[in-house]
Design a protein around this ligand. Structure first.
Ligand SMILES: N[C@@H](CCC[C@H](N)C(=O)O)C(=O)O
Length: 268
């Protein structure tokens, strides 16, 4: 499946656990000798009894993630196709806590992505709390905002996203020692208060066509600084997401598509 080009292998683990370790997941994620994906998603029975299902998220390098915005829309669409999603909002359990999903069209999903957390310990980021942080990378001073959307994000404002140094600054900030669990790095251009352009260097993957939690992170970092309206369209290389946030203490809402590509069997 994919969500605006962020692609997934989705495994039905409702009755049987995945049973693959990190190395086996990374082999499956290899685009030449495996199947290939940005993330592998598992659909499992919930541990939290208030949720209908749980989903697991594994990056292409085999590492686990706490949230995946494009992935949760695909999970919702997959459950709907399996006849396992009711009407209205359904609570799903992500590794970082509950979210709520709702089908709003044939192939569109609206998601309550939870309340963004700007506290450095929650991200986690080794630093006193600030609206903007600065670190020197490759001899360059880089300013960024940081937030947890259930997974760690750094957000760098740029004048032109097309020429942003995604492949240089992305991995350097992802692996900076002040992010003890690494981080996803977004490069965001403000087109207007209602429109943003974004490219994301994802932890454990590299640059992807789109990152849903990254779109939420970029939007709330700019909204908090008064640089974006409460509803924005975030344009990523693979497509556009609508992100809405009413402000501190409120959840972030994300709306966007989810697409099926093929069903298959994998021979280990
Ligand atoms: N593509 C995702 C984010 C997946 C996890 C991320 N790489 C991490 O390690 O936190 C999205 O759409 O949010």
């Amino acid at each position: 499946m994919h969500g605006i080009g962020n692609d997934f292998v989705v495994v039905d683990c409702r009755e049987r656990a995945l049973g693959l370790d990190a190395a086996a997941i990374a082999r499956l994620g290899n685009r030449h000798t495996g199947v290939g994906f940005d993330q592998l998603l598992t659909i499992e029975p919930p541990r939290d009894p208030t949720c209908a299902y749980r989903y697991g998220i594994y990056n292409r390098d085999g590492s686990e993630a706490g949230q995946c915005g494009n992935g949760v829309r695909c999970v919702a669409a997959w459950l709907a196709r399996a006849g396992a999603l009711g009407a209205g909002l359904t609570r799903l359990e992500s590794p970082s806590g509950p979210v709520a999903v709702e089908l709003v069209g044939e192939a569109r999903v609206r998601v309550d992505m939870g309340v963004p957390n700007f506290e450095p310990e929650a991200i986690p980021l080794r630093s006193p709390a600030a609206d903007a942080y600065e670190r020197t990378l490759d001899g360059r001073a880089v300013r960024f905002g940081a937030v947890s959307m259930g997974n760690p994000h750094a957000v760098i404002e740029v004048a032109d996203v097309a020429s942003a140094p995604v492949a240089d600054i992305g991995p350097a900030l992802e692996t900076h020692s002040d992010f003890p669990q690494r981080c996803n790095v977004g490069f965001v251009q403000i087109v207007s208060a209602r429109e943003l352009r974004l490219r994301v260097w994802e932890r454990g993957v590299g640059e992807t066509q789109a990152c849903g939690s990254g779109a939420c992170a970029a939007a709330v970092v700019l909204m908090r600084r008064g640089l974006a309206d409460a509803d924005v369209d975030v344009h990523l290389p693979g497509g556009t997401l609508r992100i809405s946030w009413a402000g501190p203490g409120q959840p972030v809402w994300m709306t966007g598509p989810a697409a099926f590509v093929f069903d298959g069997d994998y021979y280990r």
